[in-house]
Design a protein around this ligand. Structure first.
Ligand code: 4AD
Ligand code: MG
Length: 474
């Protein structure tokens, strides 16, 4: 069809040349001015229908949401609001819309309403900006690892191992109702001949590859059946999990910080217009809030601040002391009051540390072993493990990771304490039997990073078709 993209026109406008464009009508005024958008940029292009050029019957059928191929000459615009426009000579109406019924009108719609129209919401400015940033972010992640000598590996989506602990996996089965209702389900008759689920993390398999390829990463979908209906949890989300041989926890934290800064810089450089649009949107939204609830920094400044400042690193014990002594704890402003060392930090605590106390991204490390997974390396104090969580303003935990336990005897002991059977993970233990080395890794929640970069406050609005408890439409 040899169509130009609107972005290409803005990149190098060839005034007086004939252009073919395909797109969807965002607005149509006075039977004359079409605002056309083709998704290549936040910007529309104005197409002007001068009298007598286009069949009246076609003009009557043009409305918001219809799809057109437009031919015309690019000219300098005399009107306000744009430098150039298209003088239309031909219109091919591909798909009509229905001005009465088309759900996406040129006005503000609530995000709740748009979630019910998730198949059409990509035709709004906000969602197209978010999804373009999401795409660029994915690219920048591969770019970072590729430039730094990491191999991209595809870990399985269907798995028979439970990496993170029981109770939050989606079962994969072809067994019928009768078989599943039995008290002791016999999985030997099931499709894979054993109990299988959708993966919650590619980490354990990634570890096996790190101990052969050196530095690897996964970037794939993960699934969690936890019934947590929050704005930051999805049942299906994407995770990036690098795993590095010969890395201790400090190397791991350094990598996490450098990685995150790289991808944020990439977004600042390559998504300027979308960021500006989303920043404006957010400013308008924030202006409705009471003053004390507004954030100090605008969207772009917040990203710049993260790129330009060192992340604060504190141990769990230090963080716990800060929280315990804080006025928030003393005045019972936290929903979960902190009393005893060893309790898990809730997102209200994480956000206090990041937004109120340090006012910067924070990495908390050396967590109590009791609240962390079996594979994290035990410290000499026998109480804490070499874990780390990266916490971001407005988001809370964005990365979780650790140095892995590479000592066979210690790992076996931890597994037995946590009731994990050795037979299940014989291959994971093999890594510690044959050529074990210190190694580390972490997982970045992709959607949480998209939320941070776009200022969207609900995870349902940064993934095309969100899956959450009781919701798997589309
Ligand atoms: O902290 P998590 O559970 O860590 C792991 O899965 C490790 N295996 C990672 C590793 O060391 N290779 O999850 C990692 C990140 C979290 O910090 C969070 O950003 C995101 O994944 N995440 C979720 N994002 C959306 N919805 C959910 N339900 C999420 N659960 C975790
Ligand atoms: Mg975690």
């Amino acid at each position: 069809m040899n169509l130009l993209k609107v972005q290409e026109i803005y990149d190098s406008p060839l005034i007086d040349s004939e252009i073919n464009l395909g797109g969807w009508v965002r607005a149509f005024r006075a039977n004359k001015f079409i605002e056309l958008n083709d998704g290549s940029t936040i910007k529309n292009i104005q197409c002007v229908i001068n009298e007598g050029i286009i069949d009246e019957d076609i003009i009557k059928r043009i409305s918001v949401g219809c799809s057109l191929i437009i031919t015309g000459i690019l000219v300098n615009s005399i009107g306000k609001g744009q430098n150039f426009e298209i003088n239309v000579s031909k219109i091919k109406l591909l798909g009509e819309s229905d001005p009465e019924k088309y759900p996406i009108q040129p006005k503000k719609h609530s995000f709740e309403f748009l979630r019910e129209q998730a198949h059409l919401r990509i035709r709004t400015s906000t969602f197209s900006s978010v999804m373009r940033i999401r795409s660029k972010l994915a690219f920048s992640i591969h770019d970072y690892f590729n430039k730094n000598g990491f191999n991209y590996i595809h870990t399985p989506i269907i798995t028979s191992s439970d990496a993170e602990g029981a109770g939050e996996m989606f079962k994969v089965t072809t067994l019928g109702k009768d078989d599943l209702e039995k008290k002791d389900i016999d999985y030997s008759d099931d499709f894979f001949g054993k109990k299988t689920s959708l993966t919650v993390s590619g980490q354990l398999e990634a570890e096996t590859y790190a101990l052969g390829l050196g530095n690897v990463y996964t970037f794939g979908p993960t699934f969690r059946a936890e019934n947590s209906n929050t704005s930051r949890h999805a049942s299906e989300f994407w995770m990036i999990e690098p795993e590095m041989a010969f890395y201790d926890l400090n190397d791991n934290m350094d990598l996490a910080e450098s990685f995150v800064k790289y991808i944020l810089k990439y977004i600042l450089k390559n998504c300027e217009e979308d960021l500006k649009f989303l920043e404006e949107r957010l400013l308008k939204e924030e202006s409705q809030k009471p003053k004390n609830e507004r954030s100090d920094l605008s969207l772009i400044d917040k990203i710049k601040f993260t790129v330009n400042n060192e992340f604060t690193r504190v141990s769990y014990t230090e963080a716990f002391e800060i929280l315990k002594k804080s006025n928030y704890n003393k005045k019972k402003k936290f929903k979960f009051l902190l009393d005893n060392w060893g309790s898990d930090l809730q997102s209200e605590h994480e956000r206090f540390l990041v937004e109120k106390h340090f006012k910067s991204p924070v990495i908390i490390y050396d967590y109590p072993s009791k609240i962390k997974a079996f594979y994290m390396r035990l410290n000499d104090d026998d109480k804490t493990v070499r874990a780390m969580d990266v916490l971001f303003p407005g988001i809370g935990e964005i990365i979780g990771g650790s140095q892995r336990e590479e000592r066979l005897d210690v790992l076996k002991k931890r597994m037995s304490e946590m009731g994990i059977e050795e037979e299940e993970l014989w291959w994971y233990l093999d890594l510690r039997k044959y050529g074990t080395v210190p190694h580390s890794g972490f997982g970045l929640g992709f959607e949480r990073m998209v939320m941070f970069c776009t200022g969207m406050s609900n995870i349902r609005d940064v993934i095309p078709y969100p899956r959450t408890p009781k919701n798997a439409s589309f």
